[in-house]
Design a protein around this ligand. Structure first.
Ligand SMILES: *[C@@H]1O[C@H](CO)[C@@H](O)[C@H](O)[C@H]1NC(C)=O
Ligand SMILES: *[C@@H]1O[C@H](CO)[C@@H](O)[C@H](O)[C@H]1NC(C)=O
Length: 402
């Protein structure tokens, strides 16, 4: 076993052995006096309009004492065409300015999201960083394309919102856009485009996750995520631990977009435009959905400095609890692998260059943990919208273990 793979296995093991976080009032610490009003949507989702200064991050993180809520710079709005986007709760009410919508989740113990990417094998002679994890315990599977022409100030893409045909109890499956930076400032000050950096300790993700144990049903739900330790102990999904500062009073984390929720659709599948970027002159990373700033991750969450991304990642991940001791049948993407045609596709990936411009940027490597059953492929440039398309996913199944 090479050193890199050994390290990876250690990283994966520690990610999975995470002690589960005890949920506080449905995963969030929101007190009744923090709530302006509560909206019950027809599909049973309960949304609290929480006073913006009383949101969980600002109340519970010592670094946010006296934090001044940041404003999204107007000048960077409307970078690309977006469609009409709706979430089910919008038909039951809205949160006024000065409040932010926060979903009340059932009291449940939340496990680690399948979100933090592992440290990659750094075999620079390979086009792909294939990572094999042969452990017979729960594990995370990944099939992601890596863009390595950084330093980047962000990334954007259109993510498909597929309803999975198969998800095993306790498992989760996600499609995401991730930016990641290294803590090695020596490497960062003299990066090698096309090379994987020594680590991906700092990561921010936005995506759609199917996790029935957390979200109550098998639909894909909007999430944001960050880690500042490569996933070894800090894995923060939405507001489950303090970090994300929400500014939008319209977009609800933990909500789905299916059934006509997005007017951007290809072949009947809704797509959601997502973007993570650091505007010039600001230090925080903003997450936008549908070209609407949802909120941001301040720079001080990352003690080792995270001013730029060196790996933009696109694709899927699965938390495999190994039901019955065998590999899960939980699907990634839409359950089809790229080589069969008809796989799920992340569309129109663009990088945000260090000067703030959107640039076409082809992912040049892959990180795949179980290539027999979950895989990824760069399809080429999208013919309608600028950017690259990436097919990903697969059916899982016992064949993965062979
Ligand atoms: C999505 O963007 C469109 C176009 O700007 C806008 O009309 C719509 O209100 C947005 N949806 C949300 C939920 O912000
Ligand atoms: C940091 O990067 C430098 C330059 O690429 C490299 O020589 C050094 O080994 C790296 N340090 C670690 C701890 O990976």
């Amino acid at each position: 076993m090479t050193n890199a793979v050994a390290h990876l296995l250690v990283a994966c093991a520690s990610l999975l052995l995470l002690t589960t976080q005890q949920a506080v009032r449905g995963g969030l610490d929101v007190e009744p006096e923090d709530i302006y009003k509560t909206i019950k949507s027809k599909n049973g989702v309960v949304v609290d309009c929480v006073y913006i200064h009383k949101q969980p991050t600002l109340k519970h993180h010592p670094l946010f004492k006296d934090h001044k809520i940041q404003v999204y710079p107007r000048s960077v709005d409307s970078r690309r065409p977006v469609g009409h986007l709706r979430q089910e709760w919008h038909s039951s009410g809205s949160c006024p300015a000065g409040t932010v919508p926060i979903r009340r989740l059932p009291k449940t113990t939340v496990t680690s999201p399948p979100a933090a990417m592992p440290s990659f094998s750094r075999d620079q002679h390979r086009r792909d960083a294939i990572i094999l994890d042969d452990s017979n315990s729960p594990r995370q599977e990944f099939a992601i394309a890596l863009a390595l022409a950084g330093p980047y100030h962000g990334a954007s893409a259109l993510l498909p919102s597929w309803r999975l045909a198969k998800i095993e109890p306790g498992d989760a499956s996600a499609t995401s856009l991730v930016i990641s930076g290294t803590v090695n400032r020596t490497w960062a000050s003299n990066p090698f485009p096309g090379e994987i950096p020594p680590d991906v300790t700092n990561q921010i993700a936005v995506g759609l996750m199917t996790d029935p144990a957390v979200f109550g049903n098998g639909d894909p739900h909007l999430y944001v995520f960050y880690t500042n330790d490569g996933g070894s102990s800090r894995n923060c999904l939405n507001f489950q631990c303090p970090g994300f500062v929400q500014t939008s009073n319209e977009i609800l984390l933990g909500a789905s977009f299916i059934d006509g929720g997005s007017s951007i659709a290809y072949g009947g599948v809704p797509y959601v435009a997502v973007n993570i970027h650091r505007p010039s002159g600001q230090q925080q990373w903003w997450v936008s959905v549908n070209d609407t700033a949802v909120g941001y991750f301040p720079h001080f969450l990352f003690p080792t400095f995270f001013p730029e991304s060196f790996v933009n990642q696109l694709g899927g991940s699965v938390r495999d609890t190994r039901p019955g001791g065998a590999h899960t049948d939980t699907e990634m993407g839409n359950g089809r692998t790229p080589d069969t045609g008809g796989a799920a596709v992340v569309k129109a990936y663009l990088a945000v260059a260090a000067n703030g411009a959107d640039v076409k940027d082809m992912p040049v490597k892959y990180a795949v943990t179980a290539p027999k059953c979950y895989n990824v492929a760069v399809l080429g440039e999208n013919t309608d919208v600028p950017g690259y398309d990436i097919a990903y996913g697969g059916p899982g199944g016992s064949g993965c273990d062979e």
